[in-house]
Ligand binder design. Structure first.
Ligand code: GAP
Length: 447
């Protein structure tokens, strides 16, 4: 095909880009605002049919790289509700605070550390209250009585579920140091300033690894995890210029961390944290040993020594990664005087791998052949059949959700038993024998 492609340099402001992505997500069934028919719940989002596929593909890529492809990391899935003492031991009850300032007039709430003038409301200029401590954990009550003794929390991180199972893992699986645990799951934080689409929400998903090492190996292992995690994003298509690492200064470190490096992404809101890699030293295992009365030490069979291992923690956000992949993949191109919007996602992450489209939906033989091809593809990959619009529109819709291949069945296909396969990125079209379609698509996806 001889389409002239002119890449349109993105000269919109970065916030325009965020708005375009939010709008694309809504019109194509990727992400919707939560409870929209009731006016929406602020900063809560629902993943639609394509959003859930993208999210699952990101989680699967992470799980494959960190659990299935390695010998030294085991997966687990702890409950969201945990014994309240967990959060005393972890330091969240005492330390997981932000300072908030409220406007005495418009009643808006601000994170004190983000205010230029700590006394003046940035929205209406009125007086602000002094910064007051605000614990970010969501509280709830279990059981029917609901008194203070029943108070529990929604977990603010998945990490603690892995620390409290340390001995269960040692006793059941007998791993030798160094080894890790990996978990993906929901976390909840009553953020004072959520916002920027799915960047900061009160309910979100994390992908966390707790990697246990000998204390003397802590620093080296921490450094190598930073590189490993950076490579993971780049391997899945994130442009090198859009990702960087930033080491925390001593004054920024969380109460549990000896060292921490953020992997930052160049989001439309500016460079911001995508993932944190921390050297948590022996803080967590010691704390849980003290409060539970159970000794969470590792016994080395060779030296006959018992000690607390150090913990290196690469902690990523699923939703934040998904936003980074969307931003990085978003392209606008001029094609025959029209703007083509296309998500040039890594093919492994694309929600749908192939769409089968009949050129004429009122020709039974064409529809039947298209459905047969889609059905056959579905046995191996996620493919869809779509006849809800004219072909040009169908191509545009698939481009906007990053579908790498569109297969078109036309009148000619009934005679020559060939279909047209269109490549998302180059828009080149090839005629392929119906009996070779699956082999061709699988080969291309595995390249
Ligand atoms: N266990 C360590 C821990 O939770 P964190 O830096 O607070 O560390 C890790 O969180 C990652 O979780 C962040 O880098 C981010 O990707 C994600 N995350 C944290 N808070 C979030 C929020 N309110 N909304 C969306 N993602 C969030």
């Amino acid at each position: 095909m001889t389409t002239l492609l002119i890449y349109v340099k993105n000269n919109n402001s970065m916030n325009d880009l965020m708005e375009k992505i939010v709008s694309l997500c809504k019109r194509r069934g990727v992400i919707f605002q939560s409870s929209e028919i009731y006016g929406g719940l602020a900063n809560a989002w629902d993943y639609g049919p394509f959003g859930i596929e993208l999210k699952n593909n990101i989680k699967q890529a992470w799980w494959k790289a960190n659990v299935h492809n390695r010998y030294d990391i085991l997966g687990m899935d702890a409950s969201i509700l945990m014994h309240p003492k967990v959060w005393e031991a972890s330091g969240h009850v005492q330390n997981f605070y932000d300072l908030k300032s409220d406007c005495k007039s418009c009643k808006k709430r601000f994170k004190t550390e983000e205010l230029k003038d700590k006394h003046k409301c940035p929205e209406c200029g009125s007086e602000l209250t002094e910064g007051r401590q605000f614990n970010l954990m969501f509280e709830t009550y279990q059981g029917a009585v609901g008194d203070a003794a029943d108070k529990i929390y929604l977990r603010p991180e998945t990490a603690q579920g892995m620390f409290v199972n340390f001995v269960n893992i040692l006793d059941s699986r007998h791993p030798k140091l160094p080894f890790g645990l990996a978990q993906i799951g929901k976390s909840f934080r009553n953020e004072i300033t959520p916002g920027n689409f799915i960047f900061r929400t009160r309910e979100f998903e994390q992908m966390e690894i707790e990697y246990f090492v000998r204390p003397q190996d802590g620093d080296k292992c921490y450094q190598s995890w930073v590189e490993e995690r950076l490579k993971w994003y780049i391997g899945l298509g994130i442009k090198k210029d859009n990702i960087r690492k930033r080491e925390h200064g001593k004054d920024e470190l969380a109460h549990y961390a000896l060292a921490c490096t953020d992997i930052e992404y160049n989001f439309p809101i500016g460079w911001s944290e995508l993932e944190g890699i921390a050297n948590r030293a022996d803080f967590d295992l010691k704390q849980h040993s003290q409060l539970s009365g159970k000794e969470l030490k590792y016994f080395d069979e060779v030296s006959k020594e018992k000690f607390y291992p150090f913990i290196i923690e690469p902690s990523a956000g699923v939703d934040r990664s998904l936003l980074a992949f969307l931003v990085d993949a978003y392209h606008e191109e001029k094609v025959r005087e029209e703007t083509r919007v296309v998500l040039k996602l890594n093919k492994g992450l694309s929600p749908v791998k192939a769409a089968v489209l009949p050129l004429l939906k009122n020709r039974t033989a064409i529809v039947e052949l298209a459905k047969k091809i889609a059905g056959d593809l579905k046995k191996d990959i996620y493919a869809v059949y779509d006849d809800t619009a004219a072909i040009g529109k169908l191509y545009r819709r698939q481009d906007e959700v990053g579908t790498p291949y569109c297969i078109t069945v036309d009148v000619q296909s009934l005679e020559d038993k060939q279909v047209t396969v269109r490549d998302r990125d180059s828009m080149l079209q090839e005629r392929i024998g119906v009996d070779r379609v699956k082999e061709y698509i699988l080969e291309e996806l595995n390249k």
